[in-house]
Design a protein around this ligand. Structure first.
Ligand code: FAD
Length: 392
């Protein structure tokens, strides 16, 4: 890949809305991405290999549990700092951001919010330091948008539970040390449980041949009469609301992350358009390319404002799930549209690994589907404003 010359756009001087701490945290993440992610990410994606070399760095910049209290090894930051870290990481690659999102919002968050003190002490510091990597098993082969229909189940055997079923499309599955898994008990109630690698009957085959998120490992979780100790059940919340609470936190991070991918595509296209000469002038001097670039910066700026406001609402504990859905949906579509337009600005060069745009574009095809599809988030907004569910 060409040298990373990224310069972040801030068209509405939004840095003025950030605290000194926000800027410090963001700049540390930005520098780390330039130093450690940009030089290796294209190769990792081409080879479809998760770059394990970045795990310790993700821990150091606070990407594993940014808002988890320091007593459990987290960074103890607010929601804006969390968002900014996700933005910077996804500026590098959505797959790397996915690893951080899963670890923080889908593994550490449920243990922190729904776990008991022993579970928090046992797992959170190791997850925060990157000694353990986790994954989150909600989606099943026959239950994607409708996770409430899940068939993975636990049976109470007296001194332990017996877990059976399968999860699919699970980020980090092939190498995760632990999995936070959602399964129905005999009463049909959804419970969260911690499954550890090495438990008999638990396997995690990798999903191959993805054209998207190639630097992030995806796999299945298969449970064949796995004995789960009773102390591995998350005791403090059950029902579908428990996994959905985790998804709120992850979707919020995605809303910020998508801005990072969009900023990278815009910045690359702007620089290229000013340098690329056709018909004796830079293509940036043509009205058609200016239209593309002007629309990109407009959409990025709108997304930045939407997301910053959502962060302040989350800091005050006032953001609703529907508000988070709106931001996730808007920003991912915005980023994907910008990636597609930016790709065209680069002409043939845009399809090569010399530039990050095509990788972002392919990655965003997953991001627009996972953590609730583009359609489902629209239907959540529809439900919120009409009070009438159109999807169930
Ligand atoms: C790379 C990757 C990583 C992932 N990581 C994880 C992970 O770590 N953990 C995890 O649990 N899951 C993960 N997922 C799964 C992801 O969350 C699901 O793919 C997603 O929820 C959609 O489910 P589905 O693919 O089964 O699609 P479906 O639910 O089958 O949907 C197919 C299409 O139908 C539409 N549709 C569905 N229902 C309705 C309706 N009622 N009205 C209108 N349209 C509808 C959808 O919008 C979509 O367009 C990952 C997926 C990918 C691609």
């Amino acid at each position: 890949m060409s040298q990373d010359l990224f310069q972040a756009p801030d068209y509405y001087q939004l840095d003025e809305l950030l605290s000194e701490e926000h800027i410090l945290v963001r700049d540390a993440a930005r520098e780390w991405v330039k130093r450690e992610v940009s030089p290796i990410i294209e190769d990792a994606a081409q080879q479809a290999k998760f770059p394990t070399s970045i795990i310790s760095g993700l821990a150091e910049i606070g990407a594993f549990g940014p808002y988890i209290p320091e007593e459990y090894g987290g960074a103890g930051l607010d929601q804006i700092s969390y968002g900014l870290i996700m933005q910077e990481i996804e500026r590098g690659d959505s797959g790397v951001r996915s690893t951080a999102s899963v670890q923080s919002s889908l593994v550490m968050y449920p243990i922190w919010k729904y776990g008991n003190e022993e579970q928090k002490q046992k797992y959170l510091p190791k997850l925060a330091s990157g000694e353990y990597l986790g994954c989150f098993g909600l989606t099943e082969p026959d239950h994607g948008s409708n996770p409430g229909g899940m068939v993975t189940n636990i049976k109470d055997m007296g001194d332990h539970y017996l877990l059976n079923g399968a999860k699919m499309w699970i980020s980090n599955a092939p190498f995760a040390d632990i999995a936070v898994v959602w399964a129905k008990n005999e009463e049909g109630r959804i419970k969260g449980l911690i499954v550890e690698r090495g438990m008999e009957g638990f396997t995690t085959p990798e999903t191959h041949n993805k054209w998207s998120l190639r630097a992030s490992a995806t796999g299945e979780l298969i449970f064949d009469n796995v004995k789960i100790p009773k102390e591995n059940i998350l005791p403090n919340k059950d029902g579908l609301g428990a996994p959905l609470g985790c998804l709120d936190s992850a979707r919020y991070g995605i809303a910020w992350g998508a801005i990072g991918a969009a900023m990278d595509c815009y910045d690359t296209a702007l620089r290229y358009a000013k340098e690329r000469i056709q018909f004796d002038k830079p293509i940036a001097a043509t009205q058609l390319q200016q239209k593309k670039l002007a629309e990109m910066i407009t959409e990025i700026t709108k997304a930045q404002l939407l997301t910053w406001r959502l962060g302040t609402l989350r800091n005050d504990g006032k953001a609703t799930s529907a508000q988070i859905s709106m931001a996730k949906r808007n920003n991912v579509e915005m980023a994907l549209t910008i990636a597609r337009e930016a790709r065209q600005v680069l002409g043939a060069m845009g399809i090569t690994g010399e530039y990050s745009i095509m990788r972002h574009m392919m990655n965003l095809e997953s991001v627009i589907t996972y953590e609730g599809t583009h359609d489902i988030h629209l239907l959540i907004t529809g439900l919120d404003i009409t009070g009438l569910p159109a999807f169930k």
